[in-house]
Ligand binder design. Structure first.
Ligand code: SIN
Length: 493
């Protein structure tokens, strides 16, 4: 059985099917189109322009031309425009939720939730726009006054992933606008529709022509689009969410023009359950953190460590909960896990499973594709006896798979948790207050969930350390990433 989700929007024009450059919604300069694929069926259900280097250059021309006027708009007025964008996103939450679910595959309730999550960043940065305060610095000598001014960096290129097609754009573009920057953006080739809809709403909210420009491009053409932005000195900042190898390429190639970078890269999050944990809370926390978006989340627990004394009780409860998850298309209101984004993704999950089983892991539930549902569904899986040699311990699986490792001591599990090049998120459950501080400080990650699986919030600084990148999104720090500090020194006073 295959499930093709019908896509009915109240506002059909939220699928413009064109890219926005300057004031104009247009085709790619050479007219090429990119098919948009339904992850539930692998069928084509829409298309958008397949932009090239020429489109990328046109986008920078428009963003560069629009920058002086946009940075001069008073912060309060910019804030009002961004706030109107937030309001429109919430008015059209249902349509956006449908678009997100249709092109990305997450259940409709999660699609609606993501639209609201995106709006929360837009609203937050509308408010932050008026708070880009500088400093008055006490001068070390008489007759001088010294100031630090915050200024927008200039044209920003945002390159966003498919797993949160609305939220990732919102938490990059909203702070850029709030800071007074203009934007060129490229959404993931799997999920261009949500971004086009969001940008249409931004335009409707009053964002002037040229302030946001979007180029949609296929996997083959993405490098030429991004290389134009990397090489163009007028682009002053790149904000990217995606894989570590691509982040490293962006850092290397943008070195020639010394751009400011925000890189939110891969994770390999540990989830640790200590023997003094509240086991029911730990099971619920893992369910929330792991199965959000079917495990296709950078902060998704990838390695689960459970202390010897509570291992079996935790595993039994977790296996019962995971075995009861309902997998199905986004249209089915009962679905808790949708299809994975594409066939490459399911193949990677299968490879990790086969590797783990060959090396001695034991599958307790799931462990296979659900081919009756469609080509890209994978059963929620729990396996025990996982170890550090397995691919699922070294690479992000990005799917609904929970590999569990038994551990004996706190020192052993801290060493194992940190034994990865990555450092985005970590989670642990414990009721011992001394242990809580010890472990939180010992974990080498940018984000730590303590007795909590749901960490996402617009007011929190999101970002990693080590090979998970640098820069922070959300919170006051998220605005700062789009600002320079300019020092003014006035003498002869
Ligand atoms: C991500 O997967 O990169 C973002 C997840 C989140 O916002 O929680």
């Amino acid at each position: 059985m295959t499930n093709t989700m019908t896509l009915t929007l109240e506002r059909k024009d939220l699928m413009p099917g064109r890219q926005l450059i300057g004031a104009e919604w247009r085709e790619a300069i050479d007219g090429r189109r990119l098919d948009v694929i339904d992850p539930a069926t692998n069928d084509v259900f829409a298309s958008v322009p397949d932009g090239s280097a020429a489109d990328a250059r046109a986008a920078v021309d428009a963003a560069h031309a629009a920058f002086p006027a946009w940075r001069a708009v008073p912060a309060k007025q910019r804030a009002q425009i961004i706030k109107r964008w937030n309001d429109l996103v919430m008015v059209h939450q249902e349509d956006l939720g449908r678009l997100i679910s249709r092109e990305q595959g997450k259940p409709l309730a999660e699609g609606r939730g993501e639209a609201a999550y995106a709006a929360s960043y837009i609203e937050w940065f509308a408010e932050e726009a008026t708070r880009a305060n500088g400093d008055i610095i006490p001068a070390p000598v008489p007759g001088r006054r010294m100031f630090a001014l915050k200024e927008p960096v200039g044209v920003v290129a945002t390159i966003t992933p498919w797993n949160f097609p609305a939220a990732m754009i919102a938490r990059k573009i909203a702070p850029a606008l709030a800071a007074g920057c203009t934007v060129v953006c490229k959404p993931a080739e799997d999920t261009p529709l949500t971004s086009l809809a969001l940008i249409k709403l931004a335009q409707e909210a009053g964002v002037p022509a040229g302030v946001i420009n979007i180029v949609t491009a296929s996997r083959e053409r993405t490098p030429e689009v991004v290389d134009v932005w990397l090489d163009d000195a007028r682009v002053r900042k790149i904000s990217f969410t995606g894989s570590t190898p691509v982040g490293q390429h962006l850092a290397r190639r943008s070195a020639n023009t010394l751009k400011k970078l925000s890189l939110e890269l891969g994770g390999n999050a540990p989830f640790i359950v200590f023997e003094d944990a509240d086991i029911d809370a730990a099971v619920e926390g893992l369910m929330a953190a792991k199965f959000r978006n079917g495990g296709q989340t950078c902060v998704s627990p990838n390695r689960v460590f459970v202390q010897d004394k509570v291992h079996d009780a935790f595993v039994d409860k977790l296996t019962a909960r995971v075995g009861a998850l309902k997998v199905g298309p986004a249209t089915d209101p009962g679905s808790q896990i949708g299809p994975m984004i594409n066939s490459r993704s399911v193949e990677k999950i299968e490879r990790h499973m086969q590797d783990a089983v060959t090396r001695g892991a034991m599958v307790l539930t799931g462990g296979k594709r659900l081919v009756d549902l469609g080509p890209n569904y994978f059963a929620p899986t729990v396996m025990v006896k996982a170890d550090a040699t397995m691919a699922c311990s070294c690479e992000e699986t990005f799917g609904p798979v929970v590999p569990i490792t038994r551990f004996m001591t706190e020192a052993e599990v801290i060493a194992a948790a940190n034994d990865t090049p990555f450092g985005l998120a970590a989670y642990f459950y414990s009721t011992d207050v001394r242990r809580i501080w010890r472990v939180a400080e010992a974990l080498e990650t940018g984000i730590v969930g303590i007795n909590e699986g749901a960490l996402a919030a617009e007011a929190a600084p999101f970002g990693g350390v080590k090979a998970s990148g640098y820069g922070r999104e959300g919170s006051v720090h998220g605005l700062d990433d789009y600002l320079h500090t300019k020092y003014l020194c006035q003498g002869q006073l």
